[in-house]
Design a protein around this ligand. Structure first.
Ligand SMILES: Cc1cc2nc3c(=O)[nH]c(=O)nc-3n(C[C@H](O)[C@H](O)[C@H](O)COP(=O)(O)OP(=O)(O)OC[C@H]3O[C@@H](n4cnc5c(N)ncnc54)[C@H](O)[C@@H]3O)c2cc1C
Length: 445
């Protein structure tokens, strides 16, 4: 039965099995658990066969594409892990402004393939993030405030269901599966083997403007950012990053980082002029000029500097909608306790335009997104550093509308990741499409 799968499956206890499982993760943490077996799929048919092979053994199934989930949600203590990283095709139709990509295709490769055609997709901010997990959880990509989340730009998907069948889901076919796959992330009840994407015209200019403050100015910076956030153009990603080795001052500081997408350098300069003209400029240690660079270069550098390999990551997040006065003391305490670089706090001005999204599983967003990335490297970190992100997110829950699946930490801290009604609908669909719960779901489920 399913002889092809038997030939490519690696089983627990075999030499090299542990290494192969751990190699599927971007993060270096060893979660200390292992599936029964690992299959590296090379086609949609391999995926179907592997699901049936697991069903024959009464195993549950997990999958990974780029392996970038901070929580390493794909590594479970039993069942089958299907690695989709080899399904990395990219087929672009420039005339139709569309693309078909495999879930294992990585963000930087997709951007590089689109660039010569003058086309654009809101891929993830780091080069190596897999499109599979990124698109399913929502997908806060470059220029997403302007062109939408990754999942807003998904027009269809090929999906292997729990009975091994391969279906196509779109607005007009299997609409309920299409609804679910846009935003259910690790809670999705199928395996996507292809995504169909709508593309955009590539902005003529991409660049970054930065300003850096010492930590003592944190409160002032957050108050200012909170106040002006709603007026900032959607073409600007207005972010504040707190870390112990801030750019240029090499000490605990607050970086204002503003990527900008425009038709020209002159337009971009105008869009980020609020930083030069801002009331806090005299307090800044550094105000850099606007730097233009191809997006691919920005992604590579950002990943190397902000998310270096060889790091054990523990991340968490909240959508903030509480009064800024109440949030600031929690942020100050969180910064005071933060582990060394590359750990960082990300405050992101999101301010979504109300009522602009399709009906889909993705359903929670708020004025501000706050993510906590605990990055432990070498021997310097303390055991308590492992809990830093989780504890900070717990402390911020009072002021939160919920959490985002991009930086989920559900195995350690259960959180609300979609509206009650969407969660109820997702579970109804799961009962219909995956009644035996073949696929692992959120957190420990
Ligand atoms: C360095 C770094 C930078 C990041 N930057 C961003 C960013 O800019 N914006 C953003 O929104 N997020 C970002 N993230 C978060 C990232 O998008 C999510 O963790 C996403 O799930 C990663 O996708 P993946 O395929 O690489 O991960 P994986 O770990 O492979 O997948 C995560 C989960 O998604 C599910 N899944 C994956 N592929 C499939 C599939 N084909 N079919 C069904 N289920 C599947 C599985 O449940 C899996 O456990 C970043 C993460 C890292 C590590």
């Amino acid at each position: 039965m399913n002889p092809d799968v038997r030939a490519i499956a690696r089983q627990r206890g075999e030499p090299g099995f542990d290494e192969a499982v751990l190699a599927t993760s971007f993060g270096e943490e060893d979660p200390g658990i292992r599936p029964h077996a690992l299959v590296k799929a090379r086609s949609a048919d391999d995926v179907s066969q592997a699901v049936l092979w697991a069903r024959d053994r009464n195993w549950r199934v997990a999958c990974c594409s780029g392996g970038h989930a901070w929580s390493q949600n794909h590594i479970r203590d039993s069942g089958l892990l299907i690695d989709l990283s080899a399904l990395d095709e990219i087929a672009i139709d420039p005339a139709g402004r569309s693309a078909v990509v495999g879930p294992g295709c990585i963000s930087g490769d997709l951007d590089a393939a689109l660039s010569p055609h003058g086309l654009f997709f809101p891929v993830a901010h780091a080069f190596t993030v897999g499109m599979g997990g990124f698109l399913l959880q929502g997908g806060f990509g470059w220029n997403s405030r302007m062109v939408g989340l990754g999942c807003d730009n998904v027009t269809g998907a090929d999906v292997v269901l729990a009975d091994g069948t391969l279906i196509h889901a779109s607005r007009s076919q299997n609409e309920d599966v299409f609804w679910a796959l846009r935003g259910s992330g690790t809670g999705f009840f199928g395996i996507v083997t292809k995504f169909y994407l709508a593309l955009h015209e590539r902005p003529g200019f991409t660049g970054i403007k930065m300003q850096v403050f010492r930590l003592k100015h944190l409160e002032k910076v957050i108050r200012w950012a909170h106040e002006i956030g709603p007026q900032i153009s959607s073409q600007v990603e207005f972010q504040i990053v707190v870390n112990r080795k801030a750019f240029g001052i090499f000490s605990h500081g607050v970086e204002v980082v503003t990527p900008v997408f425009a038709e020209s350098r002159a337009e971009a300069k105008e869009l980020v002029a609020f930083i030069d003209k801002g009331p806090l400029r005299p307090a800044a240690s550094l105000t850099l000029p606007l730097i233009g660079a191809p997006l691919g270069n920005i992604m590579k550098v950002a990943e190397k500097v902000i998310f270096p390999t060889g790091t054990r990551w523990h991340a968490d997040n909240v959508w903030l909608d509480g009064p800024v006065e109440q949030v600031i003391p929690v942020l100050q305490e969180t910064a005071a306790n933060q582990p060394g670089a590359p750990s960082h706090i990300l405050w992101l001005n999101w301010n979504p335009a109300p009522g602009t999204r399709d009906a889909m599983a993705f359903s929670i967003e708020a004025r501000t997104y706050l993510a906590l990335y605990g990055g432990l490297r070498g021997k310097k970190w303390q055991p308590s550093d492992r809990d830093w992100a989780t504890k900070a997110a717990e402390a911020l829950m009072l002021h939160s509308a919920g959490s985002q699946l991009a930086d989920e930490n559900l195995r350690r801290r259960p959180a609300r990741v979609m509206s009650e009604s969407n969660l109820a609908r997702l579970e109804t669909l799961r009962a219909k499409y995956d009644p035996a719960r073949r696929f692992f779901s959120f957190g420990g489920n």
